[in-house]
Design a protein around this ligand. Structure first.
Ligand code: LUZ
Ligand code: MOS
Length: 766
């Protein structure tokens, strides 16, 4: 009989049928006990103001209202900042438009939402800082600036035969997960609280609530079964809602549910950091970069939140796939009176990568060369030119193979010629094409977060298996992949494994499900727990049957020791009757990594993910409208655990990235009021925005050279960056108007308006 592995197989997502039939329980679907109350949040209408008085009389009197909470109800820490303070639950001074100031619990959500509107607040308005430029001018920062250096950038630039300078911005992005922010709290005996939260980070939710209440962590249990997407939006920014919901539950002694209206969700929470860069680059006649000076500034909003780590990841990705010998980067973390910007798929890495990709593109136009060729010439090499600007040696480089294979499979070169011909024959419609690489570092850059725990039980009566870990299922399929790993390790059918809701009293002290590392970490912890149970079983068999070699093969429901075989079910039953433990915790820490954040040197990543994409676009030069005609992606997923699920990440990530660099635009008025707070004003990609032809493939020769579960590589964040090709294809199309002689002035996102303005500017220079 062929070995059943359940690995490298396209097993459907464990909740696929529940997802599409509406039977999957999200936080808002959890059945409510009688007497459950519903919350709503009242927030600041000023971006920067001293709050002179909040009069809540009318709110309290409003129909259905049971309780109101303000800062006065918080006896412990009035802050949900994950690393630093700066994110008050209810502040003294309003620092952004949308900042929560109070909350109510009422008998229905509708009545709660009506009630919060009745507050009378008197403000003393202060001048807000809303843009990166203003913050730079006023030196308004959330953390100290950082300078990183390798070699002698200024000298190298001076000695280079060619020189360019410019500036570039990438835009913000709203997470827009299908499921919005939600929390549901049920009070327990002894003032304990059971908290259901839409969060990527149950353990930190638990700690933050404990600190707010001045209670011990062991009085708070946080449970999360699944998220309807998240993308970083609940790595920290779910905390305030879980905290407020608990506060309401404590005050009313009732179960309370707090589910945000989409507009409130967008207005209250932070988004992707937009970045502004200024560059000076020296290069040779082949377009090889000799020296780079970069200024990188991000809009962080009111507080540090995760901005330190996000800007670090940007700095760690200003090389993307390119060897940079001489680098000088200044990094500014701008404090603005806007919601605190936060984790978003890519976590600053993609912003850093766009900065260098834009420079390479600029170099290519200035030399009148194909940008793919310039990219290729700057790649890290295998034997030399393989040390990053943070001193890590790259040992797993497959960039060149992927790039070359994709050039062939996508017919990049012949299509490029056809496009040039098309453009010379068409006056108003122009096409563009671009090929961009991705190299993305895997591991949390904060060393201690690279750990995970698991809990595995085997039930003796039927041999079924229960797994619990710190991993959060957010649609990415981590429960499915962890169940596949467990099935494979135990030689059992997939159907015998159950992964249960993530819960702080089962597996404690977990890291956020983030940094594309969830399955790598939690899957390995699960395998560790299973190996411990196997050791118990082996010790028993050795003792009982006098077997010398206690190694066993677990396959197709059979456990084979040398000289003795058991049916799995038989073995566990027998082991139970002989008083052998069939349960274990497991633990995993990522090996090899170390990083000195001060010196900015070390090995922050266990490995890199590689990918490349070719996009072809069409733009209407009269309206700025645009369309992705075709996208070809070749993505390294190592030996993929579940090629179907990885493909979902690869395709979905691309479309989300195309949204970030294309149609999605977050805007604020000069008074700090966000104007893009609903789907009517904020456009995410729709089905119709998918590439007409979409050829995504997993790199067949992929194999993780590091000891990562099953030699796989994560997908997660990196596929988003394949969409860089869309932006540069648009730029390429615009460039055709000037016969490819002029570098178009185009910032991201390339909305139709921006495309039109870019064309207009370019035409002036012809
Ligand atoms: N979160 C985090 C992340 O705390 N540290 C990271 O390095 C990271 N990287 C990507 C996404 N989330
Ligand atoms: Mo993330 S940006 O890995 O939550």
């Amino acid at each position: 009989m062929k070995k059943e592995t359940f690995i490298n197989e396209k097993i459907p997502h464990e909740s696929a049928i529940k997802h599409v039939s509406g039977k999957a329980h999200y936080t808002d679907d959890i059945p409510e006990p009688p007497g459950t109350l519903y919350g709503a949040i009242g927030w600041s209408k000023k971006a920067h103001a001293i709050i002179k008085k909040i009069n809540l009389d009318e709110v309290i009197k409003s129909e259905g209202v049971v309780a109101v909470v303000t800062a006065d109800d918080i006896i412990g820490r009035n802050d949900v900042g994950p690393v630093y303070d700066g994110d008050p639950i209810f502040p003294k001074k309003a620092e952004y438009y949308g900042q929560p100031l109070y909350a109510v619990a009422a008998t229905t959500t509708e009545l709660a939402r009506k009630a919060v509107l009745k507050a009378k607040i008197s403000y003393k308005t202060l001048k807000p800082i809303t843009t990166i430029q203003e913050a730079l001018k006023k030196k308004s920062f959330v953390l100290k600036e950082k300078v990183i250096k390798k070699g002698e950038a200024l000298k190298a630039i001076e000695n280079s035969p060619y020189y360019l300078k410019g500036n570039f911005t990438t835009g913000s992005q709203e997470h827009f997960a299908l499921e919005g922010q939600a929390a549901f709290v049920v009070p327990q005996e002894d003032n304990d609280f059971k908290v259901f939260s839409k969060t990527q980070h149950p353990s930190e939710t638990q700690q933050i609530i404990a600190k707010m209440l001045n209670q011990k962590s062991n009085t708070i249990t946080v449970e999360t079964r699944r998220l309807g997407g998240s993308f970083g939006g609940t790595e920290t920014q779910s905390f305030i809602f879980a905290a407020i919901c608990t506060l309401l539950s404590k005050k009313t002694k009732c179960a309370v549910k707090l589910r945000l209206d989409r507009d409130d969700d967008i207005i209250i929470t932070g988004k992707r950091h937009d970045f502004y860069s200024e560059y000076e680059v020296g290069f040779d006649e082949l377009g090889v970069i000799k020296g780079l000076k970069l200024k990188l500034a991000s809009r962080c909003g009111i507080s540090p939140d995760l901005s330190g780590a996000i800007n670090d990841r940007a700095l760690l990705h200003i090389d993307n796939a390119y060897y940079l010998e001489n680098v000088l980067v200044e990094n500014y973390l701008c404090k603005t009176n806007t919601a605190s910007n936060t984790a978003f798929r890519g976590f600053g890495g993609n912003q850093g990568m766009m900065a260098i990709e834009n420079i390479i593109d600029h170099i290519a136009t200035s030399l009148k060369k194909d940008s793919a060729e310039i990219r290729r010439r700057n790649f890290y090499q295998k034997k030399k030119k393989n040390i990053t600007h943070y001193n890590m040696k790259i040992e797993d480089n497959v960039m060149q193979e992927i790039f070359d294979q994709l050039i062939k499979s996508s017919n990049y070169k012949s299509r490029q010629l056809r496009i040039k011909k098309f453009n010379s024959e068409n006056k108003y419609i122009k096409k563009g094409i671009a090929l961009t690489p991705v190299k993305f570092g895997i591991s949390f850059t904060t060393w201690h977060l690279n750990q995970a725990g698991a809990l595995v039980h085997i039930y003796y009566n039927d041999g079924s298996v229960h797994v619990n870990t710190g991993a959060i299922e957010m649609g990415q399929g981590t429960y499915t992949k962890i169940a596949q790993l467990a099935a494979n390790a135990l030689g059992l059918p997939f159907s015998k494994i159950k992964v249960s809701a993530t819960r702080t009293d089962k597996v404690p002290n977990t890291s956020a499900s983030a940094a594309s590392s969830t399955t790598d970490l939690n899957g390995a912890a699960t395998l560790n727990a299973i190996s411990k149970i196997k050791m118990n079983l082996a010790a028993y068999v050795k003792r009982k049957y006098k077997i010398k070699n206690s190694e066993a093969v677990y396959e197709n429901g059979i456990v084979k020791f040398k000289g003795k075989s058991f049916r799995f079910n038989q073995l566990v039953k027998e082991a139970y009757l002989n008083r052998v433990s069939l349960s274990s915790s497991g633990f995993y820490t990522t090996p090899k990594i170390h990083f000195d954040k001060k010196k900015f040197k070390g090995r922050p990543f266990l490995y890199f993910c590689y990918s490349a994409a070719v996009s072809e676009v069409m733009i209407d030069t009269l309206t700025g409208e645009n369309k992705i005609l075709r996208a070809d992606i070749l993505h390294d997923a190592g030996k993929a655990i579940n090629p179907a699920i990885e493909m979902g990440q690869i395709e979905g990530g691309f479309v989300q990235g195309a949204g970030w660099l294309g149609c999605e635009e977050v805007n604020w008025k000069t008074n700090g009021q966000i104007t893009t707070h609903s789907p009517s004003t904020y456009k995410i990609p729709a089905v119709s925005d998918m590439p007409e032809k979409f050829n995504a493939e997993i790199f067949k020769k992929g194999k993780n050279i590091e000891n990562v579960i099953n030699k796989s590589k994560t997908t997660g964040e990196p596929p988003l960056m394949n969409a860089m090709s869309v932006f540069f294809a648009i730029k390429n199309a615009i460039s055709s108007i000037g016969n490819y002689n002029i570098n178009p002035n185009l910032n991201a996102p390339a909305t139709p308006e921006k495309i039109l303005m870019s064309i207009k500017k370019l035409k002036k220079n012809i």
